[in-house]
Design a protein around this ligand. Sequence first.
Ligand SMILES: Cc1ncc(COP(=O)(O)OP(=O)(O)O)c(N)n1
Ligand SMILES: Cc1nc(C(=O)O)sc1CCOP(=O)(O)O
Ligand SMILES: [Mg+2]
Length: 546
Amino acid sequence: MGFHCTRVFSTPKAPSLSLLKPDLISTKVHQLNKVRGFEVKAAMPPEDQVRIPHVLTVAGSDSGAGAGIQADLKACAARGVYCSTVITAVTAQNTVGVQGVNVLPEDFVLEQLHSVLSDMRPDVVKTGMLPSTGIVKVLCRYLQEFPVRALVVDPVMVSTSGDTLAGPSILSSFREELLPMAEIVTPNLKEASALLGGMPLESLADMHSAAKYIHDFGPKNVLVKGGDLPASLDAVDVLYDGENYFEFRTSRIKTPNTHGTGCSLASSIAAELAKGSSVISAVKVAKRFIESALGYSKNILIGNGPHGPFDPFLKLKKYAHGSSRQSLFDPSNLFLYAVTDSRMNQKWDRSITDAVKAAIQGGATIVQLREKEADTRDFLESAKACLEICRQHGVPLLINDRVDIALACDADGVHVGQSDMPAHVARVLLGPDKIIGVSCKTPEQAQEAWVDGADYIGCGGVYPTNTKENNPTLGLDGLKTVCLASKLPVVAIGGIGISNAHSVMKLQAPNLKGVAVVSALFDRESVLIETRKLHKVLVESNTEIR
Ligand SMILES: Cc1ncc(COP(=O)(O)OP(=O)(O)O)c(N)n1
Ligand SMILES: Cc1nc(C(=O)O)sc1CCOP(=O)(O)O
Ligand SMILES: [Mg+2]
């Protein structure tokens, strides 16, 4: 298998930078750029410049794009960070296995490292397939020359299909040179065993010992992944930080589409570290992200082999349903959010469809069916009828608590609270295009909702309410704290009506898009009149704020 690498340079021809020391290369590149007439990017005023979290992955290419560089690019993009790439090897690979490997010459790996590190200054470097000791040495030298905030080492040795990607000769350079520089190393059981000279790893206790022994090589944190642990039901990973052990349990997802899980997990950890997270929270977020993507992708079919890729963007499965519908969600829909209440409709002797129709006519911009007492069958029938009304008016319809009802009637989404189905599970069930709202009372809950793939958060109770029992009141200050921390649009809820909606909106809290209201609309004689009045107050608040 010969390796062909075509170097494409514009004229004048670049002098070869091969095998030069980093400092010499710096000078050469500088001279080269001057010759070519490159100018340092200085046009943008500093206040307009946006610093983007950036991960550099140093890994092999997978032609099937499930693992390697391609998985890293996808995971980083899905986690919202920039990813640059240094390719160490090119593999011919598919869902069946690895058909060929061509290792790139060390001096060309060096050139790529120099190009990226000297110019683009990534926050975090993540390594995957490092197929030769020479490549490891070059990388370590460059990391000393161009230090980064964190190094994430995925000690890739064997592919999912069992093919060797880096031989045992690599182990000593891993142990002696790379691991001491790592913020975190993420071996699976086979890799952990290889790093420890073949130590058998068959139990959770063995994983704890392995994490400790690998920690002795010098990395700050060790994550031993237990996906291959034979007897375990849950997938358990063990993180050791030199003092404490943390166990991360996720349910085992039955799917052949796991190719690239290790690369994607390490890249996602790198992405979170690049955003500034701590190691423990980076691992937590990354694990949950991979679990959601695996669950979502468990039935997708790409290739005929036993090791299919998964879909970190949660976009592909829509083809399975013959649907190409895009998300209906637009944050301005949260402006006047009407939440129905079965008891209030009963009290005023009105049907749920009449209540929804009146709210929409009055100016409601989104409707949630919150039917706490309804039988499942009645709820489903009402939901279908309300959906028809909402679709006619282009108003999204969400279902409170009941993901099953939302799925059954093809509603636009759900609203879930902290004791309802977790949003990340709802996202797996509902797919990428449905709207998911989550009730949040703290900045931590708001952060979690964002990680879980929610579209908006509901924050309250802003004022005391009789509609929801034992609901803590946050006040305007509490609302503002959550809005400031939220990465998602926010709708305020709890005791809001015509008399105080203006006070809420004039807070001008970041991300606050509107108010969600139950009794001020539905515990009244005329839903239409009350909604119109509230709409007017909100429009006036908006005008005043602008
Ligand atoms: C928009 C909006 N925000 C918050 C809630 C409350 O949801 P939850 O905490 O699950 O409480 P219940 O509504 O289920 O009693 C909501 N429904 N809508
Ligand atoms: C359903 C609900 N959730 C709340 C929260 O704080 O999350 S407060 C609430 C009830 C809101 O009803 P009203 O507009 O009648 O006060
Ligand atoms: Mg709920």
